[in-house]
Design a protein around this ligand. Structure first.
Ligand SMILES: *Cc1c(COP(=O)(O)O)cnc(C)c1O
Length: 371
């Protein structure tokens, strides 16, 4: 048996009758850029996120760059974020001439530790970017309270948490600015690169939409210099179709997580993911910690369970961030997770048999490497 980390082919087979005509209609109309499909998706996604507005973007990375521009950060000012994330979260700081500071995460939720953020603030800090990691929203209430007290703008990187809730509020509405990726493997994924910024204040949405479209106010009028960071119409219709299924898919992801939890609860070597109180996790990933991770992961793969690691080298230990001068030992909780994490397969089309096979194989692998 081979079990992929996610199965996009199975998803497409189920969606084909909805997706194919929607795509064909765009191609027949040859209206590939902007227009009603993009505006429709932006409206639907803003409503879904319970946000003031949503602006489509070319990718999650473009969305992060747009949100950072909207924050008004200036060269020499500082962004605080986490090290246990995908590099895009941090990468965009340099595009605004800003410097980076990386802080540790909470050992239960794997999201930014609010106290570590508070302790890291300097007079130059202008922006904080907490990440809703693996589908678990960051602990935004204390982070926002600290940020507001210091005049710092919070940007929620919700790229892994479409549909998650934090004390009743949806991911994407937890901070004044939030960003999403619709990379194909995300809980809501396009058929190519795509992303979005969600905002509390619709006026901010208008500024961001202008920036994403060459600073254009009218066809021939450019108020500011911007970018070509637009969401295209083909991606927008795919996303509109898939958005209608997202809540159901997330519910199945939660059922799979509950099943894993049940089957692994009496395995002492395995540290299971936890959801904080008041949080509705959407399990973009089901990340466990095990001893002797590399050998366990290799054994799982040999037996067809195609696990991945998120993320084995945290950003502060990447060559790209050598200039931050953060040697091993700088962020102990982050490093502990990086050294021990394995992402078990989780996708809405997963069968009970597949879940059982993953668990049996994992237990065998653990027995094999036991001292
Ligand atoms: C996927 C992801 C991004 C980047 O999104 P792209 O669409 O690939 O540019 C940013 N942040 C996090 C946390 C992600 O997982």
């Amino acid at each position: 048996m081979t079990i992929p980390q996610i199965d996009l082919k199975a998803q497409y087979r189920a969606l084909k009758p909805e997706i194919d005509p929607a795509i064909a209609k765009i191609i027949e109309n040859t209206a590939f850029i902007g227009g009603p499909p993009v505006a429709d998706f932006e409206r639907e996604f803003a409503a879904y996120c319970e946000a003031g507005a949503a602006v489509g973007a070319a990718s999650g990375t473009a969305a992060l760059h747009l949100a950072l521009c909207e924050s008004g950060i200036k060269p020499g000012e500082e962004v605080i974020t986490v090290s246990q994330t995908f590099i895009a979260t941090a990468e965009v700081a340099r595009l605004c001439g800003a410097t980076l500071k990386m802080v540790d995460i909470d050992p239960q939720t794997y999201c930014m530790n609010p106290e570590a953020f508070a302790a890291a603030i300097s007079p130059r800090t202008r922006v904080v970017i907490p990440v809703d990691l693996y589908g678990h929203p960051a602990d935004m209430d204390p982070i926002l309270a600290t940020a507001e007290a210091h005049g710092i703008t919070a940007i929620e990187d919700a790229a892994q948490a479409h549909g998650a809730r934090y004390h009743g509020r949806r991911a994407g509405s937890l901070a004044p600015l939030a960003t999403f990726s619709f990379y194909p493997g995300k809980n809501l994924g396009a058929y190519g690169d795509a992303g979005a910024v969600t905002v509390a204040d619709p006026a901010a949405g208008e500024r961001i939409a202008q920036l994403a479209n060459h600073g254009r106010a009218e066809k021939y009028e450019h108020h500011v210099e911007g970018f070509n960071y637009r969401l295209d119409a083909l991606q927008a219709v795919v996303l509109s179709v898939k958005l209608r299924h997202l809540d159901q898919w997330n519910a199945i992801r939660r059922q799979i997580a509950a099943r894993y939890r049940e089957l692994l609860t009496d395995v002492p070597e395995v540290t299971l993911p936890q959801a904080a109180e008041g949080v509705e996790h959407v399990y973009h990933l089901f990340v466990i910690q095990v001893p002797d991770r590399d050998r366990i992961a290799a054994t799982l793969r040999e037996r067809g369970v195609m696990v991945q690691l998120h993320y084995p080298i945290p950003l502060h230990l990447q060559q790209a961030y050598a200039h931050l001068n953060m040697p091993r030992g700088s962020l102990p909780v982050t490093e502990q997770i990086a050294d021990h994490c394995i992402s078990l397969p989780v996708f809405p089309e997963m069968t009970a048999e597949q879940i059982g096979y993953v668990v049996t194989t994992l237990k065998d692998a653990l027995a094999k490497v036991a001292p």
